[in-house]
Design a protein around this ligand. Structure first.
Ligand code: PEP
Length: 252
């Protein structure tokens, strides 16, 4: 059975007080369960708060970005080793907001993916098409290009310590969710691409869906055979919603 992961992406939201209330609620309500992992990915300044609050709990934590460089004169950047040094487990790479707003290229995302693994972190690689690309029938071409950039640079074996998040750009923060069939189609395609290089790694790969996952649609999305959890934005900031989504993941 593949590991299910439900990861929250807080984006640039939070304050010490709001985070504490959220973390305390999650800690009280999410216990460890076989076959499912939970994680929260906070902004950099709050990682220490997250790490100390979640110590000893069933919830892991991660960052939302890292530098592709290991060390050096890169003002404003944060390396994988810095994250790892105080216990970070996951890091999101290639989120569509990083690609779209900050111009991260497929090659840069691949470099970040490899930097994360060099530091002992598990990258959550985001891939996904815009609405325009979907309407043109280019979903597979776009997702394939984004994924292959990483597979070609890192090698397929790198997939063993990674998760992929299929996040159609048109569904992120818009309230429009991919239908379970649309999500399944993209996830199956992603798994197939990896299987073309290594069948057993593909079978064990966790592929998360992200894009307006809410308590009322999580169960039907997570019921799809190739949907192994979710990357959750807006709903990860509301304890009741995130817990409900995690519970839907636990029944996958
Ligand atoms: C995201 O930020 O990765 C995301 C999926 O956001 P939302 O759930 O708000 O669409």
């Amino acid at each position: 059975m593949r590991a299910v992961l439900v990861a929250g992406n807080w984006k640039m939201h939070g304050s010490l007080a709001a985070n504490q209330a959220l973390l305390d609620a999650l800690k009280a309500r999410l216990g460890s369960r076989d076959g499912i992992g939970y994680a929260v990915c906070s902004p950099f300044p709050y990682l220490y708060q997250v790490a100390t609050s979640l110590a000893g709990s069933a919830i892991s934590w991660g960052a939302q970005n890292l530098s592709e460089h290991d060390v050096g004169a890169y003002t404003g950047e944060v390396s994988g080793a810095m994250l790892r040094e105080f216990g970070c487990r996951y890091v999101i790479v290639g989120h569509s907001e990083r690609r779209g707003l900050y111009g991260e290229t497929d090659q840069q995302v691949a470099a970040k993916f490899m930097a994360a693994q060099r530091a002992g972190l598990t990258p959550i690689l985001c891939v996904g098409e815009t609405l325009e690309q979907r309407d043109r029938g280019d979903t597979q071409a776009v997702v394939g290009r984004q994924l292959e950039a990483v597979l070609n640079s890192a090698g397929v074996s790198a997939i063993e310590n990674a998760a992929i998040a299929y996040e159609p750009v048109w569904a992120i923060g818009t309230g429009k969710t991919a239908t379970p069939a649309q999500a399944q189609g993209a996830h199956e395609y992603i798994r197939g691409l990896v299987a073309g290089r290594d069948k057993s790694l593909a079978a064990g790969l966790s592929i998360l869906y992200g894009g307006s996952v809410k308590p009322d649609n999580a169960r039907e999305l997570f019921a799809m055979p190739d949907v192994d959890g979710g990357l959750i934005g807006g709903a990860a900031l509301v304890a009741d919603d995130f817990v409900a989504i995690c519970e839907a993941g636990a029944t996958h």
